[in-house]
Design a protein around this ligand. Structure first.
Ligand code: NDP
Ligand SMILES: Nc1nc2c(c(=O)[nH]1)N=C([C@H](O)[C@@H](O)CO)CN2
Length: 254
C-alpha cells in the first residue's frame, strides 16, 4: 500500500452532535480505512490531520477537536463566496482526501413571516449546492478507495409539510448521490445516510418528543452512535455505491 493512500477525511458541520461524533470516530483508533493494511494504519495514526472539519461557530468542542490534531476550517456554505473560500482553504491544507462527509445542515422551516425566496435559496445552497461544488472541485483529490457520504433525511422521499424547502433540498442531495456515484466509480463510492429522528434538540418538549418517537415502529431516539455505525459500514464496504442507508426505525412502515 503506497504512502499516497494516507489522506484526511473531511466532515462538514463537525462542531456538534452527529458531525462531531463522526469526526471523533474517524480520528480514533476504532476507525481503519479498508484500503489500508495494518502497517499503514499505524502510519496513518501518526499523520496529522486524519480529519478536517468545518464549523461556523467556534464552540469548545471545536477547540477540543483541534487539540486532538484535527484541522478545523471556518466555513459558511450559505453563499457561493463561502463555498469557494472553503474549497481554496481545504486545498491549502491537503493535496488529497480519503473521503468527504457532507453533514452540514440548517433545519430551517417555513414560518408566517419568513422570506420564502431566501429560505429556499439557503436550503438549496447549504444542502445541495455546497456538496455539488465541493465534490466537483475536490474530485481530483480523492484517493482510490475514498468515500463520499451525503447526510440526507427520511423526508427526502416523503416531503415535510413543516420543512418544505429543507425536504426539497435533501431530495436534491439524494439525487446528487446517484450522479456522483456514477461519475466517480470505480475509484470512489458515493452513498447517502437518510436518518429520521436520531437526536432530540435541547429545547424539544415532552409532547414533541412523544409525538416524534411514535412516528417509527421501533419508537426510540437512538443517538449519534447510529450515524457513526452507518459511516463505519460504508467505509468498510467494497460494493456499496449509489445507495441510501435508511436510519429511520421503520418509520416508513408505520
Ligand atoms: N439529528 C437528527 O435526528 C437528524 C439529522 N439529520 C441530518 O444529519 C445531519 C446531522 O444532524 P445534526 O447533528 O442534528 O445537525 P445539527 O443541526 O445539529 O448541526 C449541523 C451542523 O451544520 C453546520 N451548519 C449549519 N448551517 C451551516 C452553513 N450555512 N454553513 C456551514 N455549516 C453549517 C452547523 O455549524 P455550527 O454549529 O458551527 O453553526 C452544525 O454544526 C444533518 O445533515 C441533518 O439534516 C437528518 C434527520 C434527523
Ligand atoms: N440539521 C438538522 N437536521 C435535522 C434535525 C436537526 O436537529 N438538525 N433534526 C431532525 C429531527 O430529528 C426530525 O427528524 C425529527 O424531529 C431532522 N433534521
Amino acid at each position: 500500500m503506497p504512502l499516497s493512500s494516507i489522506a484526511p477525511i473531511l466532515v462538514t458541520g463537525g462542531s456538534q452532535r452527529l458531525g462531531l461524533a463522526i469526526a471523533q470516530f474517524l480520528n480514533s483508533d476504532k476507525f481503519a480505512p479498508r484500503y489500508m493494511d495494518l502497517e499503514y494504519q499505524d502510519i496513518q495514526r501518526q499523520v496529522n490531520p486524519r480529519v478536517i472539519v468545518t464549523y461556523r461557530h467556534k464552540k469548545p468542542a471545536v477547540e477540543a477537536l483541534i487539540a486532538q490534531g484535527i484541522v478545523a476550517i471556518k466555513a459558511d456554505f450559505a453563499t457561493d463566496a463561502g463555498i469557494s473560500d472553503f474549497i481554496k482553504e481545504v486545498k491549502e491544507h491537503t493535496p488529497q482526501l480519503g473521503g468527504i462527509i457532507h453533514n452540514a445542515s440548517d433545519w430551517d422551516k417555513e414560518t408566517p413571516n419568513a422570506d420564502l425566496a431566501k429560505l429556499f435559496t439557503n436550503m438549496m445552497q447549504v444542502h445541495a449546492s455546497a456538496p455539488y461544488q465541493i465534490n466537483l472541485a475536490c474530485k481530483g483529490m480523492l484517493i482510490a478507495g475514498a468515500d463520499i457520504i451525503h447526510m440526507t433525511d427520511f423526508v427526502q422521499d416523503r416531503g415535510s409539510s413543516k420543512h418544505i424547502a429543507y425536504a426539497a433540498s435533501k431530495a436534491a442531495l439524494h439525487n446528487l448521490t446517484l450522479s456522483f456515484a456514477s461519475l466517480l466509480a470505480p475509484g470512489v463510492k458515493v452513498n447517502s445516510i437518510a436518518p429520521s429522528l436520531l437526536m432530540f434538540n435541547e429545547n424539544d418538549d415532552e409532547s414533541y418528543k412523544q409525538k416524534a418517537l411514535s412516528k417509527s415502529v421501533l419508537g426510540i431516539c437512538p443517538g449519534a452512535q447510529e450515524a457513526v455505525n452507518a459511516v463505519a459500514f460504508i467505509f468498510k464496504s467494497t460494493f456499496l455505491t449509489g445507495q441510501v442507508i435508511h436510519l429511520n426505525g421503520g418509520r416508513n412502515i408505520k
